[in-house]
Design a protein around this ligand. Structure first.
Ligand code: GDP
Length: 444
């Protein structure tokens, strides 16, 4: 009875009513005014939560987006008919919505003191018995919604425990919005401006089949909303910085035509300064290799039909212009054509676990010893002796190494040599690493 309730709340028929499930496939949005407050109502349309029908999958993604972003979810069930599908739905709502209530439909005329056991087993404390068709108890429901709306004008952020915070940054038009939308396989994710909300960043949740959850912090949509008289570049950099600071993993998007610019340098420095997991993604590779465009039919999603040589050339140019990020993973993607996006997201996941990873002190000291043995260095009239090492900070990753010399005497190439070795031996590709030396007096 979702559409019926929706219409009752709108007091106007705009969603098509049928008794067959799944006839209103697309979400219907309508703003209603209740006592001076504008409320955006969304009817998510009928869909089966666990369906594999592509049509339904698309509808499901849209419904999930609304579940994540709404201030309040009305979860509707039939009084005497709780099915497995409801349970799957409710699990999702409990986990991802900001707030929700249970609306029990088809309770006409009788508001039982006790519902069936099935209803209590749903474990929801706030329940509204209604009859959508007969418009019973709708006024009470409206009052509740109104109250809710007035108390959550400033929308709160949802924190999903253990979710990987990811952000996409880059110059305007590098394809950030497109990438976000492709990742969510959902066009409307950031394009729609939900009226009445004052949030200054929009987050989207992406859950992989294996249960890994990403919270994507968006900056792209914001820029489009900014006022014309603001300094666009300044504003976009400011937003990017805030997103970088909040994220665990940053995808820095560039395109083959311009590759790296002064603005990219600023973005890059911020990511490194904060020690975030860093992925440099070259977008729009579908525009490369015009000679290969004829073989479009054979287009695979792995991007393997593109010339490795071409990517290598691009990588060389980036390395020349941006030598300080030679340890950062470069990926070649097309946000629009969905090329290499699977690898991108898998790499991001792997990077996250590596960045959070722990190293045993004994292992660190073994590695330190091997670094010293491999390339001993004479300082003054004796060899540098690296006594032991600790991980002083996780993000940004800082190792502290205790030595027998004055830190100022260590040449920068040796400094770099140690960092490179640590990165390789500790599997820290794409993770900024710093080291600090401290002189330890010999015990007598
Ligand atoms: P943003 O400003 O960084 O959010 O960039 P948008 O996502 O708005 O994209 C800017 C333009 O680049 C749009 O016209 C997109 O269609 C286009 N675009 C984005 N990704 C790709 C891609 O992978 N290939 C091609 N050819 N165009 C793309």
């Amino acid at each position: 009875g979702k559409s019926t309730l929706f219409n009752a709340l709108c007091s106007k028929r705009i969603a098509i009513e049928f008794s067959k499930p799944g006839t209103t496939r697309d979400p219907v949005e309508k703003t209603v005014r209740i006592d001076e407050t504008d409320i955006l109502l969304v009817d998510t349309g009928g869909f089966e939560f666990q369906s594999h029908d592509p049509l339904y999958i698309d509808v499901g993604l849209k419904a999930k987006f609304y579940i994540q972003n709404a201030d309040l979810v009305l979860f509707m069930v039939e009084k005497d008919k709780i099915i497995d599908e409801d349970l799957a739905f409710l699990r999702y709502i409990k986990r991802y919505s900001k707030d929700y209530i249970l609306v029990i439909n088809k309770c006409e005329g009788k508001y039982p003191e006790l519902f069936s056991k099935d209803i209590y087993q749903l474990g929801v404390s706030l329940m509204f018995p209604i009859s959508a068709v007969h418009r019973e108890n709708i006024g009470e429901l409206e009052d509740f919604i109104l109250n809710k709306a007035n108390s959550s004008l400033k929308s709160k952020k949802i924190e999903i425990p253990d979710s990987i915070k990811l952000t996409i940054v880059g110059r305007p038009n590098t394809g950030k919005s497109t990438l976000l939308n492709s990742l969510l396989k959902y066009e409307k994710a950031i394009v729609s401006d939900i009226p009445g909300t004052t949030r200054d960043s929009i987050e989207a949740i992406l859950e992989l089949d294996d249960g890994t959850v990403f919270t994507i912090i968006d900056t792209a949509g914001i820029r489009k909303k900014s006022k014309v008289n603001e300094d666009l570049e300044y504003f976009s950099i400011k937003r990017s910085f805030a997103a970088i600071d909040e994220a665990d993993i940053v995808i820095h998007l560039i395109e083959p035509e311009d590759l790296v610019t002064a603005q990219d340098k600023k973005i890059s420095d911020r990511i490194i300064q904060n020690g975030k997991g860093y992925i440099l993604a070259v977008n729009k590779i579908d525009k490369l290799s015009r000679n290969l465009q004829d073989s479009k039919n054979e287009k695979s999603r792995s991007g393997s039909q593109y010339s490795k040589n071409e990517f290598q050339q691009l990588e060389n140019i980036i390395d020349q212009q941006f030598p300080h990020i030679n340890y950062v993973k470069k990926m070649f993607i097309s946000a629009k054509e969905d090329i290499n996006l699977d690898s991108l997201i898998l790499y991001a996941k792997d990077l996250y676990y590596r960045i959070k990873g722990e190293n045993k002190t004994s292992q660190l000291n073994k590695i330190l010893q091997s670094i010293e043995d491999k390339k001993p260095i004479l300082i003054g009239n004796s060899f540098l002796n690296m006594l032991y090492m600790i991980e002083a900070h996780k993000i940004p990753r800082i190792f502290k190494i205790f030595i027998n010399k004055d830190p100022a005497q260590i040449p920068s190439y040796y400094h770099q040599y140690i960092i490179n070795e640590l990165r390789e031996q500790l599997n820290l590709e794409s993770i900024p690493v710093r080291i600090k030396f401290e002189k330890r007096k010999k015990e007598k």
